[in-house]
Design a binder for this molecule. Structure first.
Ligand SMILES: Nc1ncnc2c1ncn2[C@@H]1O[C@H](COP(=O)(O)OP(=O)(O)OP(=O)(O)O)[C@@H](O)[C@H]1O
Ligand SMILES: [Mg+2]
Length: 261
């Protein structure tokens, strides 16, 4: 057998995290998924996705209010149910079927899992935010097994706590946790803006680790960009060589913000 199958070298692993907004626009999503399929012929790719906007849409339909604190959604029991239905159900399976439909015959297939599967993402509640949690333990075995067999894993950011309860993990932290555990070479956060923008709305091409707390304190970044930058910092600290925040509407080749030491 040649090529993808029995691929065991994960030293050039690319972890791609896609935000909900870019995934919900059909044309953008299809272009991104095609690009991902092209890239994964050369290097192993792991996809992690969010889906914040779709969760909000379902909650609205259910008449439930949603509240964000520093970019994280307060997650009570009904909210957790919606998060899991949307992320591990709707969004995850839609992406998997689309990848499988777009790919050629030789593609072994995309496999959609949540952080609960294979205990991939085990964590604990952060406190004060309901079931919002941070990954404390990543078991990379299932992802490694899938990647080694040539499958393209698609991971939703729902994890579990030690007691088996669901955890709503910010998808950026989930991507960082698996990138660190798998010693990924490159981590790219594909979002709905060109990268991190400064006070005048201009793209910041490079951000050093030490500058991140300053950007947050001065409120240059807010909302979902706070957990994203914090996740980017953690990824660099855990040895991921290249970490970028870029515009999913333009794809991988387009430069965004690079986080560096
Ligand atoms: N300084 C900044 N530069 C760029 N974006 C910023 C800045 N401050 C706040 N933001 C917001 O951060 C958002 C990106 O984070 P958000 O969590 O909304 O998306 P995502 O992480 O790509 O998707 P998901 O949360 O569904 O995974 C941007 O749409 C923008 O509104
Ligand atoms: Mg986000």
């Amino acid at each position: 057998m040649v090529g993808r199958s029995n691929r065991t070298d994960l030293s050039n692993l690319l972890v791609l995290k896609y935000g909900g907004q870019v995934l919900s626009q059909r044309a953008v999503r299809q272009r991104l998924l095609r690009e991902l399929l092209t890239v994964q012929r050369r290097v192993p790719v792991l996809m992690v996705h969010g889906g914040g906007n779709e969760v909000t849409q379902l909650l609205t339909r259910l008449g439930l209010r949603t509240r964000f604190i520093r970019g994280l959604r307060y997650t009570d029991a009904p909210t957790l149910e919606a998060v899991e239905m949307v992320l591990s159900g709707k969004v995850n399976k839609a992406v998997v079927s689309e990848l499988n439909a777009l790919a050629g015959r030789s593609f072994p297939g995309a496999v959609g899992i949540s952080g609960k599967d294979g205990k991939t993402l085990v964590g604990r509640r952060r406190g004060g935010l309901g079931a919002v949690g941070d990954p404390t333990q990543v078991t990379p075995r299932l992802l490694e097994t899938l990647l080694a067999a040539g499958y393209l894993p698609v991971l939703s950011s729902v994890g579990m706590d030690e007691g088996g309860g669901g955890l709503n993990i910010n998808a950026d932290s989930a991507a960082t946790a698996v990138a660190a555990a798998l010693k990924a070479d490159r981590l790219v956060f594909m979002t709905d803006v060109p990268g991190v923008l400064n006070g005048s709305g201009k793209l910041i091409a490079r951000i050093r680790l030490a500058e991140v707390p300053v950007l947050i304190r001065r409120r240059v970044v807010s909302g979902g960009m706070i957990p994203k930058l914090e996740a980017a910092v953690q990824a660099i600290r855990h040895g991921v060589r290249s970490v970028e925040i870029t515009d999913g509407r333009h794809g991988l080749a387009h430069p965004g913000t690079t986080i560096c030491r």
